[in-house]
Ligand binder design. Structure first.
Ligand code: PGA
Length: 241
């Protein structure tokens, strides 16, 4: 049985005060989650500690937004898997399109980060997806297969989450039609050695489209940016019906 994972990606938002305010409201709005549904908050490094302390062993898991591939060393500004694990992190986003686009991350370094996360027992959430131009020129399949080939080299598929995030749908309000997301996710699954990997959809997920997205048989959860910043809207997404 594939695990359902609803993850929020706060990106570069929220101070400690705002994180605490979020948690207070969010926790009060959560329905009892079934054992198979996991909720993850991927927060900035600067609030990992305070969020970790305020989860109180509940059902919410802590996630980071990036990881360096070395355990320690002279890498100014970077954070290692050991450091993340030390602070209570269980999940880490790897290869988000914003990292690839603005910070020059390549499939090769994405692969190194995935391996580093698994080495210390973290579960990586690998993001893949095509640009608008690639989609318009019918290259979606090719782009995703190429990403997976390099990204997943030697990666343990028993401890992995994949997020299909079409870049044209991220932060644009333009959601990929649930049926289209479903078929691209089916394609991703067909490329995997382990068909039980949880595969999420990400890109302008909101309270008003979550129910339809989650009805799709291949979609095992969502990775939510903008709508995860507001506790009421993120709770509505987690409590999808
Ligand atoms: P969005 O972001 O929900 O704001 O489109 C999704 C993501 O970047 O993971």
């Amino acid at each position: 049985m594939r695990k359902i994972i609803i993850a929020g990606n706060w990106k570069m938002y929220k101070t400690q005060t705002h994180a605490l305010e979020f948690l207070q409201v969010f926790k009060s709005k959560l329905n009892e989650t079934e054992e198979l549904k996991e909720v993850v908050l991927c927060v900035p490094f600067t609030v990992l500690s305070i969020v970790s302390k305020n989860l109180h062993g509940g059902t919410i898991r802590l996630g980071a937004q990036n990881i360096h591939w070395e355990e320690q060393g002279a890498y100014t500004g970077e954070i290692s898997g050991t450091m993340l694990q030390d602070i209570g992190v269980q999940y880490v986003i790897v290869g988000h399109s914003e990292r690839r686009q603005y910070f020059g991350e390549t499939d090769e370094t994405v692969n190194l980060r995935l391996l580093a996360a698994q080495k210390v027992g973290l579960t990586p959430i690998l993001c893949v997806g095509e640009t608008k131009q690639q989609r318009d020129t019918h290259q979606t399949e090719l782009v995703i297969i190429n990403q997976l080939n390099v990204d997943l080299s030697n990666v343990d598929q028993d401890n992995l989450v994949i997020a299909y995030e079409p870049i044209w749908a991220i932060g644009t309000g333009e959601t990929c039609a649930p049926v289209e997301a479903n078929s691209t996710i089916a394609l991703i699954r067909s490329e995997l050695a382990n068909p039980e990997v949880t595969i999420q959809y990400g890109g302008s997920v909101k309270p008003d489209n979550i129910d339809e997205l989650m009805k799709q048989p291949e979609i095992d959860g969502v990775l939510v940016g903008g709508a995860s910043l507001d506790p009421v809207s993120f709770a509505r997404i987690v409590n999808y019906s």
